[in-house]
Design a protein. Structure first.
Ligand code: HEC
Length: 269
């Protein structure tokens, strides 16, 4: 009975050693589509080795990458309001054009070299490659965890989410100071990449939190808060994917704004 086990181990060893493959990053800005492959990106004269001291995808560990400055790659981003960053796992983040273009935080596209593959992501079988949007000096631009898309496949210039999908917005009659207004922005930045809202959004990873039944029609508010802070503390299974949002990722006031927004969305049909 040794043989199947040995074969399985050999298979695992081979699978672990499988080289990362060259890939294509699609840029779709100003109506034209540009396809850049791994070799072309690595060969650019502005490709550099950069250090990311607290890497969001790799549990805040320090990591080094071969990377290309996104601003140079995208040619200025003038007039781009929002960039949709689509990943091959169904994640689709809406990143403000101004953050990518003008912020003191600097966006870079890390490129996985098939000759030097990256480690698997914590808890996953695959690495963050073939392309990963990383930030130098992220605190200076208040860059959020869901603005570090990995397994990146495509960057597309799009309209700002609240204009593109009116059902994301709160009722116009809501007072300016109502926390649900701020909650809508928090939702767009931190949740929309995985969870649509009444059909709004481009993500495919998690359930829509507005329809068919809004999340707060079947979850309690304390249960919702606990699930956002650490979903494994509420329920768990091996395929669980919902990230934990600690107070650094989502300060208490933002969590409350988010709950107010989901309550507001549950009250509107
Ligand atoms: C990286 C993707 C991702 C992000 C970002 C994310 N979630 Fe999730 N979430 C999931 C997935 C996937 C599930 C399904 C359960 C699982 O796999 O853990 C889930 C489940 C949930 C559920 C349970 C829904 C149900 O009907 O069972 C709620 C509520 C929820 N998420 C809220 C949020 C909120 C609020 C945010 C923003 C602060 C957020 N999630 C951000 C991926 C994500």
């Amino acid at each position: 009975m040794l043989f199947p086990r040995a074969a399985a181990l050999l298979f695992l060893a081979l699978a672990a050693a499988l080289p990362a493959r060259a890939a294509e990053l699609v840029l779709s800005l100003a109506g034209q589509e540009l396809r850049l492959d791994t070799a072309a990106l690595l060969a650019r004269p502005d490709a550099a080795s950069i250090t990311i001291p607290a890497d969001v995808a790799y549990a805040m560990a320090e990591r080094r990458y071969r990377a290309v400055p996104l601003r140079a790659l995208l040619g200025g981003l003038q007039g781009v309001e929002t960039v949709e960053a689509q990943a091959s796992d169904g994640f689709a983040s809406q990143i403000p054009g101004a953050l990518l273009r003008d912020s003191p935080a600097e966006p870079w596209i890390a490129v996985e070299d098939p000759a030097a593959p990256w480690p698997a992501l914590p808890g996953k079988a695959a690495s963050a490659g073939p392309f990963y949007l990383v930030w130098r000096n992220p605190a200076a631009g208040d860059v959020r965890p869901e603005q570090w898309p990995y397994m990146l496949a495509r960057l597309t210039a799009v309209a700002p989410p609240l204009r593109r999908w009116p059902q994301l917005a709160v009722a116009a009659t809501l007072p300016d100071a109502d926390p649900a207004r701020h909650g809508a922005e928090v939702y767009v930045t931190q949740c929309l990449a995985c969870h649509r809202m009444k059909g709004a959004g481009a993500g495919e990873m998690g359930p829509d939190l507005g329809a068919p039944m809004p999340a707060l029609a079947y979850l309690t508010e304390p249960g919702l808060r606990a699930l956002i802070r650490d979903s494994a503390a509420v329920r768990t299974w091996p395929g669980r994917q919902m990230p934990a949002f600690d107070e650094a990722a989502l300060p208490p006031a933002e969590l409350e704004a988010l709950v107010a927004y989901l309550r507001h969305q549950a009250g509107r049909r």
